[in-house]
Design a protein around this ligand. Structure first.
Ligand code: ADP
Ligand code: TYD
Length: 211
């Protein structure tokens, strides 16, 4: 067994997921501000990344060629450091961690998109996280075609964003499978709607939890 993470859990862990172009970045700052207005002490972070070591790995993941197992090992290596250095200490001290992507992205991209065996990812997940999961995952869901149109209008593509529609359809299906397996943790947001309608859905999810 790997060394223990933390036994205390008094903060809230929220992850935000979805295919590239779903609108995560558009909503994160206002979501963070909204949580702070309600009294949360919010730590904003992201994956791949979140610590100096994990940010170095992020640069490699987004810009260097490698196979899917190497990708998975790098994301989990960064995740381990991120959990130990940032996420667990924050949750132990009662903070709210708002994380732009977490392990569902590995199941969706390396599992769904690249076709890696899910049992290998599940074993890595157990070793690295020892049961730690977000308390809430906001899944921005929309058709891959619409996300591609939004990305094309917005920015230059990295290694993942250069993938075709078939890849993103598989990533989306990967998220759908994770959501079906953890229906209490996941909240599906219809990300094909307007920015205002997406914000309203997020608010409804938080309200329903009394957050
Ligand atoms: N609900 C929406 N309707 C239309 N365009 C949107 C919506 N949400 C985001 N966008 C636009 O789509 C593009 C991608 O959004 P972004 O927030 O960067 O996505 P992500 O962070 O999930 O990749 C941006 O140009 C953004 O302005
Ligand atoms: C966390 C994670 C991300 N990724 C991919 C998904 C994204 O295409 C990419 C970077 O995510 P993201 O930070 O959302 O990209 P951007 O800053 O361009 O919005 O990393 C994986 O393939 N596996 C993972 O485990």
């Amino acid at each position: 067994m790997s060394s223990p993470l933390s036994s205390k859990n008094i903060g809230r862990f929220i992850s935000i997921e979805g295919i590239d172009g779903a609108g995560k970045s558009t909503h994160i700052a206002s979501l963070s501000a909204r949580l702070q207005q309600r009294g949360a002490d919010v730590v904003n972070t992201r994956e791949p990344g979140g610590t100096p070591l994990a940010e170095t790995l992020r640069g490699l993941l987004l810009h260097s060629g490698m196979d899917e197992l190497t990708e998975a090992l790098l994301v989990f290596a960064g995740r381990r450091d991120h959990l130990r250095q940032v996420i667990e200490p924050a949750l132990s001290s009662g903070k709210t961690v708002l994380c732009d992507r977490f392990t569902d992205a590995t199941f969706a991209y390396q599992g769904g998109g690249r076709g890696m065996e899910l049992s290998v990812l599940a074993a890595l997940e157990q070793w690295v996280q020892q049961g730690r999961q977000p308390d809430l995952t906001l899944w921005f869901d929309l058709p891959a075609e619409l996300a591609a149109q939004r990305r094309a209008a917005a920015r230059e593509a990295d290694r993942f964003e250069q993938q075709d529609l078939e890849f993103f359809n598989k990533v989306r299906a990967g998220y759908a499978a994770r959501a079906a397996a953890a229906p209490t943790r996941f909240a599906r947001i219809d990300a094909s709607l307007s920015v205002e309608a997406v914000s309203a859905q997020i608010e409804a999810v938080l309200e329903a939890r009394g957050w």
